[in-house]
Write a protein that binds this ligand. Sequence first.
Ligand code: SF4
Length: 76
Amino acid sequence: TYVVMDNCIACKYTDCVEVCPVDCFYEGENMLVIHPDECIDCGVCEPECPADAIRPDTEPGAEAWVEFNRKFSEIW
Ligand code: SF4
């Protein structure tokens, strides 16, 4: 899965949401998140993010964000 990390905070762009083929972005409290079970790992969103906040969870530091993304995807 891909995850959204803290660079997203206060970012007003939604380019990632527009390109996601499965609509798995959700609004968290002050940033967007990706539902880890819905993400199909296509990678299309990563280069679209102007804040450089989206990473695959296999990258160092990104794995810790999976549960955060899950929590705020399922809160609403
Ligand atoms: Fe959506 Fe693909 Fe990004 Fe996953 S990697 S959030 S499926 S655009």
